[in-house]
Design a binder for this molecule. Structure first.
Ligand code: HEC
Ligand code: HEC
Length: 337
Protein backbone atom coordinates (compact mmCIF):
# COMPACT_ATOMS: atom_id res chain seq x y z
CA UNK A 1 0.00 0.00 0.00
CA UNK A 2 2.69 2.37 1.06
CA UNK A 3 4.66 1.76 -2.10
CA UNK A 4 1.63 2.42 -4.30
CA UNK A 5 1.07 5.66 -2.37
CA UNK A 6 4.63 6.77 -3.07
CA UNK A 7 4.32 6.00 -6.76
CA UNK A 8 1.11 8.00 -6.99
CA UNK A 9 2.63 10.95 -5.15
CA UNK A 10 5.70 10.63 -7.37
CA UNK A 11 3.64 10.87 -10.54
CA UNK A 12 1.58 13.67 -9.06
CA UNK A 13 4.82 15.49 -8.34
CA UNK A 14 5.96 15.16 -11.93
CA UNK A 15 2.57 16.40 -13.19
CA UNK A 16 2.80 19.34 -10.80
CA UNK A 17 6.31 20.20 -11.91
CA UNK A 18 5.33 20.21 -15.59
CA UNK A 19 2.25 22.25 -14.78
CA UNK A 20 4.25 24.85 -12.96
CA UNK A 21 6.99 24.80 -15.55
CA UNK A 22 4.27 25.74 -18.04
CA UNK A 23 2.90 28.40 -15.75
CA UNK A 24 6.35 29.87 -15.35
CA UNK A 25 6.88 30.01 -19.09
CA UNK A 26 3.58 31.81 -19.54
CA UNK A 27 4.45 34.72 -17.32
CA UNK A 28 6.85 36.28 -19.80
CA UNK A 29 7.54 39.98 -19.49
CA UNK A 30 9.23 39.61 -16.11
CA UNK A 31 8.08 40.10 -12.56
CA UNK A 32 6.55 43.32 -11.30
CA UNK A 33 8.44 45.45 -8.84
CA UNK A 34 7.71 48.24 -6.40
CA UNK A 35 9.88 50.62 -4.43
CA UNK A 36 13.51 49.87 -3.40
CA UNK A 37 13.81 47.85 -0.18
CA UNK A 38 10.13 48.44 0.62
CA UNK A 39 8.30 46.02 2.91
CA UNK A 40 6.83 43.12 0.94
CA UNK A 41 3.02 43.37 0.53
CA UNK A 42 2.62 40.38 2.89
CA UNK A 43 4.35 42.34 5.66
CA UNK A 44 7.89 40.95 5.47
CA UNK A 45 10.70 43.50 5.80
CA UNK A 46 14.12 42.90 4.23
CA UNK A 47 16.01 40.90 6.88
CA UNK A 48 18.81 43.04 8.27
CA UNK A 49 22.34 41.69 8.36
CA UNK A 50 21.39 39.02 5.86
CA UNK A 51 24.66 39.08 3.96
CA UNK A 52 26.51 38.07 7.12
CA UNK A 53 24.46 34.91 7.69
CA UNK A 54 26.01 31.46 7.57
CA UNK A 55 25.83 29.10 4.65
CA UNK A 56 23.31 26.29 4.30
CA UNK A 57 23.52 25.27 0.67
CA UNK A 58 24.12 26.30 -2.92
CA UNK A 59 22.81 25.39 -6.33
CA UNK A 60 23.14 25.91 -10.05
CA UNK A 61 19.92 26.11 -12.05
CA UNK A 62 20.70 24.89 -15.53
CA UNK A 63 17.18 25.78 -16.75
CA UNK A 64 17.67 29.52 -16.22
CA UNK A 65 21.50 29.62 -16.02
CA UNK A 66 21.76 31.01 -12.54
CA UNK A 67 23.94 30.31 -9.51
CA UNK A 68 22.49 30.57 -6.04
CA UNK A 69 23.52 30.45 -2.48
CA UNK A 70 21.24 29.71 0.41
CA UNK A 71 22.01 31.23 3.80
CA UNK A 72 20.18 30.95 7.11
CA UNK A 73 19.68 33.06 10.20
CA UNK A 74 20.86 31.51 13.49
CA UNK A 75 17.60 29.61 14.07
CA UNK A 76 17.75 28.11 10.57
CA UNK A 77 21.47 27.22 10.73
CA UNK A 78 20.99 25.54 14.11
CA UNK A 79 18.07 23.52 12.70
CA UNK A 80 19.98 22.60 9.53
CA UNK A 81 23.00 21.40 11.50
CA UNK A 82 20.96 19.30 13.89
CA UNK A 83 18.81 17.87 11.11
CA UNK A 84 15.59 19.32 12.54
CA UNK A 85 14.15 20.64 9.32
CA UNK A 86 10.83 18.87 8.87
CA UNK A 87 9.22 21.09 9.92
CA UNK A 88 11.71 23.94 10.23
CA UNK A 89 11.23 25.74 13.58
CA UNK A 90 9.32 29.00 13.85
CA UNK A 91 11.72 31.91 13.51
CA UNK A 92 13.86 30.20 10.87
CA UNK A 93 14.61 32.38 7.83
CA UNK A 94 16.12 31.00 4.64
CA UNK A 95 17.68 33.56 2.31
CA UNK A 96 18.60 32.84 -1.25
CA UNK A 97 20.60 35.04 -3.60
CA UNK A 98 20.43 34.41 -7.32
CA UNK A 99 22.94 35.57 -9.95
CA UNK A 100 23.16 35.06 -13.68
CA UNK A 101 26.07 32.68 -14.21
CA UNK A 102 29.31 34.05 -15.61
CA UNK A 103 32.32 32.17 -16.91
CA UNK A 104 35.49 32.85 -14.94
CA UNK A 105 37.70 35.10 -17.07
CA UNK A 106 40.78 32.99 -16.30
CA UNK A 107 39.32 29.49 -16.12
CA UNK A 108 36.88 28.79 -18.91
CA UNK A 109 35.43 25.68 -17.25
CA UNK A 110 34.43 27.46 -14.03
CA UNK A 111 31.30 29.55 -13.64
CA UNK A 112 30.68 32.07 -10.89
CA UNK A 113 28.14 34.78 -10.05
CA UNK A 114 27.48 37.48 -12.69
CA UNK A 115 24.63 39.97 -12.61
CA UNK A 116 22.50 39.95 -9.46
CA UNK A 117 18.96 38.74 -10.21
CA UNK A 118 17.30 38.85 -6.81
CA UNK A 119 17.45 38.03 -3.11
CA UNK A 120 14.51 36.13 -1.69
CA UNK A 121 13.41 34.78 1.63
CA UNK A 122 11.22 32.23 3.35
CA UNK A 123 10.28 33.23 6.88
CA UNK A 124 8.87 30.45 9.06
CA UNK A 125 5.87 31.25 11.25
CA UNK A 126 3.34 28.44 11.16
CA UNK A 127 0.49 30.61 12.50
CA UNK A 128 1.13 33.95 10.85
CA UNK A 129 1.74 32.46 7.41
CA UNK A 130 -0.74 29.56 7.67
CA UNK A 131 -2.32 30.50 4.33
CA UNK A 132 1.00 29.93 2.54
CA UNK A 133 2.01 26.68 4.21
CA UNK A 134 3.60 28.24 7.30
CA UNK A 135 6.21 30.21 5.36
CA UNK A 136 6.14 33.90 4.49
CA UNK A 137 7.68 34.53 1.08
CA UNK A 138 9.36 37.75 -0.08
CA UNK A 139 11.71 38.80 -2.85
CA UNK A 140 13.72 41.92 -3.75
CA UNK A 141 14.94 42.39 -7.31
CA UNK A 142 18.31 43.41 -8.70
CA UNK A 143 20.82 45.92 -7.41
CA UNK A 144 17.99 48.39 -6.83
CA UNK A 145 16.42 45.80 -4.49
CA UNK A 146 12.92 46.63 -5.61
CA UNK A 147 10.28 44.68 -3.77
CA UNK A 148 8.49 41.99 -5.79
CA UNK A 149 4.75 42.60 -5.88
CA UNK A 150 3.36 40.41 -8.62
CA UNK A 151 0.08 38.81 -7.56
CA UNK A 152 -1.44 35.59 -8.82
CA UNK A 153 -4.05 36.11 -11.57
CA UNK A 154 -7.28 37.20 -9.89
CA UNK A 155 -5.62 38.08 -6.57
CA UNK A 156 -5.59 41.67 -5.30
CA UNK A 157 -2.00 41.70 -4.09
CA UNK A 158 1.13 39.60 -3.67
CA UNK A 159 0.60 37.08 -0.87
CA UNK A 160 3.41 34.62 -1.55
CA UNK A 161 1.02 32.05 -3.03
CA UNK A 162 2.75 32.38 -6.37
CA UNK A 163 5.97 31.27 -4.67
CA UNK A 164 4.33 28.54 -2.63
CA UNK A 165 2.68 27.00 -5.66
CA UNK A 166 6.03 26.33 -7.23
CA UNK A 167 7.34 24.88 -3.96
CA UNK A 168 4.47 22.32 -3.83
CA UNK A 169 6.58 19.45 -5.22
CA UNK A 170 8.49 19.58 -1.91
CA UNK A 171 5.49 20.05 0.36
CA UNK A 172 6.51 16.85 2.18
CA UNK A 173 9.84 18.48 2.93
CA UNK A 174 8.15 21.49 4.55
CA UNK A 175 8.13 23.28 1.15
CA UNK A 176 11.92 23.50 1.09
CA UNK A 177 13.91 22.22 -1.91
CA UNK A 178 17.36 22.72 -0.40
CA UNK A 179 18.81 19.82 1.52
CA UNK A 180 21.51 21.42 3.67
CA UNK A 181 25.00 20.66 2.33
CA UNK A 182 27.13 18.28 4.40
CA UNK A 183 30.02 19.90 6.23
CA UNK A 184 32.81 18.35 8.33
CA UNK A 185 32.10 18.65 12.05
CA UNK A 186 34.60 20.03 14.53
CA UNK A 187 38.19 20.86 13.57
CA UNK A 188 39.52 19.80 16.98
CA UNK A 189 42.30 17.23 16.74
CA UNK A 190 42.76 17.61 12.97
CA UNK A 191 46.47 17.48 12.10
CA UNK A 192 48.42 20.12 10.11
CA UNK A 193 49.52 19.81 6.47
CA UNK A 194 53.26 19.24 5.93
CA UNK A 195 53.98 22.95 5.30
CA UNK A 196 52.93 23.56 8.93
CA UNK A 197 49.52 25.16 8.32
CA UNK A 198 46.85 24.16 10.84
CA UNK A 199 43.19 23.97 9.92
CA UNK A 200 41.20 27.16 10.65
CA UNK A 201 38.67 26.36 13.39
CA UNK A 202 34.92 26.62 12.65
CA UNK A 203 35.62 27.74 9.10
CA UNK A 204 32.10 26.86 7.97
CA UNK A 205 30.97 29.86 10.04
CA UNK A 206 33.00 32.24 7.88
CA UNK A 207 31.02 34.53 5.62
CA UNK A 208 30.39 33.78 1.95
CA UNK A 209 32.37 35.57 -0.77
CA UNK A 210 31.12 33.61 -3.79
CA UNK A 211 29.97 30.29 -5.16
CA UNK A 212 31.14 28.46 -8.26
CA UNK A 213 30.64 25.33 -10.32
CA UNK A 214 33.49 23.58 -12.10
CA UNK A 215 32.17 22.03 -15.27
CA UNK A 216 35.45 20.13 -15.83
CA UNK A 217 35.25 18.05 -12.65
CA UNK A 218 31.52 18.37 -11.84
CA UNK A 219 31.80 20.02 -8.49
CA UNK A 220 30.08 22.86 -6.65
CA UNK A 221 32.04 25.23 -4.45
CA UNK A 222 31.58 27.84 -1.77
CA UNK A 223 34.29 30.47 -1.23
CA UNK A 224 34.25 31.95 2.27
CA UNK A 225 36.39 34.55 3.98
CA UNK A 226 37.44 35.38 7.52
CA UNK A 227 36.63 38.89 8.81
CA UNK A 228 39.79 40.45 7.34
CA UNK A 229 39.08 38.95 3.92
CA UNK A 230 35.38 39.91 3.92
CA UNK A 231 36.25 43.47 4.93
CA UNK A 232 38.86 43.66 2.14
CA UNK A 233 36.46 42.23 -0.44
CA UNK A 234 33.69 44.67 0.46
CA UNK A 235 35.99 47.67 0.26
CA UNK A 236 37.64 46.40 -2.93
CA UNK A 237 41.12 46.24 -1.37
CA UNK A 238 42.12 42.86 -2.73
CA UNK A 239 45.22 43.46 -4.80
CA UNK A 240 47.05 42.52 -2.71
CA UNK A 241 44.77 41.01 -0.07
CA UNK A 242 45.75 42.24 3.41
CA UNK A 243 47.88 40.18 5.79
CA UNK A 244 45.79 37.78 7.85
CA UNK A 245 43.18 37.22 5.12
CA UNK A 246 41.96 33.63 4.93
CA UNK A 247 40.12 32.40 1.86
CA UNK A 248 38.37 29.08 2.36
CA UNK A 249 36.90 26.95 -0.33
CA UNK A 250 34.59 23.99 0.24
CA UNK A 251 34.05 21.57 -2.62
CA UNK A 252 31.27 19.02 -3.18
CA UNK A 253 30.57 16.49 -5.90
CA UNK A 254 27.31 17.49 -7.55
CA UNK A 255 23.99 15.81 -8.28
CA UNK A 256 20.62 16.82 -9.66
CA UNK A 257 17.76 17.59 -7.34
CA UNK A 258 15.22 14.71 -7.30
CA UNK A 259 12.28 17.12 -7.58
CA UNK A 260 13.84 19.61 -9.97
CA UNK A 261 16.22 17.87 -12.33
CA UNK A 262 17.73 21.08 -13.67
CA UNK A 263 18.79 22.22 -10.21
CA UNK A 264 22.30 20.96 -9.39
CA UNK A 265 23.02 20.64 -5.69
CA UNK A 266 25.94 19.47 -3.55
CA UNK A 267 26.40 15.73 -2.89
CA UNK A 268 29.52 14.17 -1.32
CA UNK A 269 31.92 16.55 0.41
CA UNK A 270 35.30 16.48 -1.40
CA UNK A 271 37.60 18.81 0.50
CA UNK A 272 38.11 22.13 2.22
CA UNK A 273 41.09 24.20 1.16
CA UNK A 274 42.59 27.45 2.23
CA UNK A 275 44.79 30.33 1.17
CA UNK A 276 46.27 32.21 4.11
CA UNK A 277 47.89 35.56 3.42
CA UNK A 278 51.27 36.40 4.92
CA UNK A 279 53.61 37.96 2.36
CA UNK A 280 56.75 37.27 4.42
CA UNK A 281 56.04 33.87 5.87
CA UNK A 282 54.81 32.41 2.59
CA UNK A 283 57.09 34.36 0.23
CA UNK A 284 58.13 31.14 -1.56
CA UNK A 285 54.52 30.52 -2.63
CA UNK A 286 53.60 34.05 -3.71
CA UNK A 287 52.63 35.35 -0.27
CA UNK A 288 49.87 32.79 0.33
CA UNK A 289 50.08 29.64 2.43
CA UNK A 290 48.11 26.84 0.78
CA UNK A 291 46.49 23.92 2.60
CA UNK A 292 43.81 21.31 1.99
CA UNK A 293 42.00 18.70 4.07
CA UNK A 294 40.20 15.87 2.34
CA UNK A 295 36.71 14.54 2.91
CA UNK A 296 34.47 14.65 5.94
CA UNK A 297 37.36 12.90 7.75
CA UNK A 298 39.52 16.03 7.17
CA UNK A 299 42.67 14.19 6.17
CA UNK A 300 45.64 16.53 5.58
CA UNK A 301 46.62 16.72 1.91
CA UNK A 302 50.31 15.94 1.53
CA UNK A 303 50.93 15.18 -2.14
CA UNK A 304 54.44 16.19 -3.21
CA UNK A 305 55.01 18.27 -6.33
CA UNK A 306 57.92 17.84 -8.76
CA UNK A 307 60.13 15.75 -6.46
CA UNK A 308 59.93 18.21 -3.60
CA UNK A 309 60.69 16.64 -0.19
CA UNK A 310 57.29 17.45 1.26
CA UNK A 311 54.12 19.29 0.32
CA UNK A 312 54.87 23.01 0.19
CA UNK A 313 51.83 24.46 -1.57
CA UNK A 314 53.82 25.01 -4.80
CA UNK A 315 51.54 22.60 -6.63
CA UNK A 316 48.56 24.78 -5.71
CA UNK A 317 50.34 28.02 -6.54
CA UNK A 318 51.41 26.77 -9.95
CA UNK A 319 47.81 26.27 -10.99
CA UNK A 320 46.90 29.72 -9.63
CA UNK A 321 49.58 31.38 -11.83
CA UNK A 322 47.06 32.53 -14.49
CA UNK A 323 45.77 34.98 -11.87
CA UNK A 324 49.14 36.07 -10.48
CA UNK A 325 48.22 39.60 -11.61
CA UNK A 326 45.39 39.70 -9.13
CA UNK A 327 47.25 38.26 -6.20
CA UNK A 328 46.74 34.62 -7.26
CA UNK A 329 42.99 34.68 -6.62
CA UNK A 330 40.50 33.45 -9.23
CA UNK A 331 37.32 34.34 -7.35
CA UNK A 332 35.54 37.64 -7.91
CA UNK A 333 33.84 38.23 -4.57
CA UNK A 334 30.17 39.20 -4.78
CA UNK A 335 29.13 42.64 -3.68
CA UNK A 336 25.59 42.55 -2.36
CA UNK A 337 23.68 45.83 -2.13
C1 HEC B 1 9.41 28.37 -10.96
C2 HEC B 1 9.27 27.78 -9.64
C3 HEC B 1 9.59 28.63 -8.42
C4 HEC B 1 8.98 29.80 -8.06
C5 HEC B 1 7.90 30.57 -8.80
C6 HEC B 1 9.60 30.18 -6.80
N1 HEC B 1 10.52 29.25 -6.41
FE1 HEC B 1 11.69 29.34 -4.76
N2 HEC B 1 12.71 27.69 -5.39
C7 HEC B 1 12.42 26.95 -6.51
C8 HEC B 1 13.39 25.87 -6.64
C9 HEC B 1 13.43 24.81 -7.73
C10 HEC B 1 14.28 26.00 -5.54
C11 HEC B 1 15.48 25.10 -5.22
C12 HEC B 1 16.59 25.23 -6.25
C13 HEC B 1 17.23 26.58 -6.21
O1 HEC B 1 18.15 26.79 -5.45
O2 HEC B 1 16.77 27.46 -6.95
C14 HEC B 1 13.80 27.15 -4.77
C15 HEC B 1 14.40 27.58 -3.61
C16 HEC B 1 13.98 28.67 -2.86
C17 HEC B 1 14.57 29.10 -1.60
C18 HEC B 1 15.66 28.35 -0.83
C19 HEC B 1 14.98 27.33 0.08
C20 HEC B 1 14.47 26.13 -0.71
O3 HEC B 1 13.24 25.91 -0.77
O4 HEC B 1 15.30 25.44 -1.30
C21 HEC B 1 13.91 30.22 -1.21
C22 HEC B 1 14.19 31.04 0.04
C23 HEC B 1 12.91 30.51 -2.21
N3 HEC B 1 12.96 29.54 -3.21
C24 HEC B 1 12.04 31.60 -2.15
C25 HEC B 1 11.09 31.87 -3.13
C26 HEC B 1 10.25 33.06 -3.13
C27 HEC B 1 10.25 34.14 -2.08
C28 HEC B 1 9.47 32.99 -4.25
C29 HEC B 1 8.42 33.97 -4.75
C30 HEC B 1 8.76 35.37 -4.78
C31 HEC B 1 9.84 31.75 -4.94
N4 HEC B 1 10.80 31.09 -4.24
C32 HEC B 1 9.25 31.34 -6.13
C33 HEC B 1 11.39 27.16 -7.38
C34 HEC B 1 10.56 28.29 -7.38
C1 HEC C 1 44.04 22.41 -11.45
C2 HEC C 1 44.35 23.78 -11.03
C3 HEC C 1 44.27 24.08 -9.55
C4 HEC C 1 45.00 23.49 -8.53
C5 HEC C 1 46.02 22.36 -8.62
C6 HEC C 1 44.61 24.19 -7.31
N1 HEC C 1 43.68 25.17 -7.58
FE1 HEC C 1 42.80 26.38 -6.23
N2 HEC C 1 41.57 27.11 -7.68
C7 HEC C 1 41.63 26.78 -9.02
C8 HEC C 1 40.58 27.48 -9.74
C9 HEC C 1 40.29 27.42 -11.25
C10 HEC C 1 39.88 28.23 -8.78
C11 HEC C 1 38.65 29.14 -9.02
C12 HEC C 1 37.43 28.36 -9.45
C13 HEC C 1 36.86 27.56 -8.35
O1 HEC C 1 37.28 26.41 -8.16
O2 HEC C 1 36.00 28.04 -7.63
C14 HEC C 1 40.56 27.99 -7.50
C15 HEC C 1 40.18 28.58 -6.30
C16 HEC C 1 40.80 28.37 -5.09
C17 HEC C 1 40.45 29.05 -3.85
C18 HEC C 1 39.43 30.19 -3.70
C19 HEC C 1 40.16 31.52 -3.96
C20 HEC C 1 40.45 31.71 -5.45
O3 HEC C 1 41.62 31.75 -5.85
O4 HEC C 1 39.48 31.80 -6.22
C21 HEC C 1 41.26 28.52 -2.87
C22 HEC C 1 41.25 28.90 -1.40
C23 HEC C 1 42.11 27.53 -3.49
N3 HEC C 1 41.80 27.46 -4.85
C24 HEC C 1 43.06 26.78 -2.81
C25 HEC C 1 43.85 25.82 -3.42
C26 HEC C 1 44.77 24.95 -2.68
C27 HEC C 1 45.02 24.99 -1.19
C28 HEC C 1 45.34 24.13 -3.60
C29 HEC C 1 46.36 23.04 -3.38
C30 HEC C 1 46.13 22.05 -2.35
C31 HEC C 1 44.78 24.49 -4.90
N4 HEC C 1 43.88 25.52 -4.75
C32 HEC C 1 45.13 23.86 -6.08
C33 HEC C 1 42.55 25.95 -9.62
C34 HEC C 1 43.45 25.13 -8.95
Amino acid sequence: MKRIGTVVIGLGGIALISLFALNCKKKAGGPKAGAPRAVSPNGIAYPTGFKDWKVIGLSHREDNKTLRYILGNDVAVEAARSGKTNPWPDGAILGKVVWKQKTNDKWARAIGPGKLVHAEFMVKDAKKFASTGGWGYARWLGNEQKVFIKALPGAKKFTGKLCMNCHLPVKDNDYVFTRPASFPGSQKGVGPVPNGITIPMNYKDMRPLAVSRRLDNKTLRYILGNDIAVEAARSGKTNPWPKGSILAKMVWKEKSHPKWAKAIEPAKFVHAEFMIKDAKKYASTGGWGYARWKGLGQKPYAKRFNKEKKFSGKECMTCHLPVKGRDYVFTHAVNLP
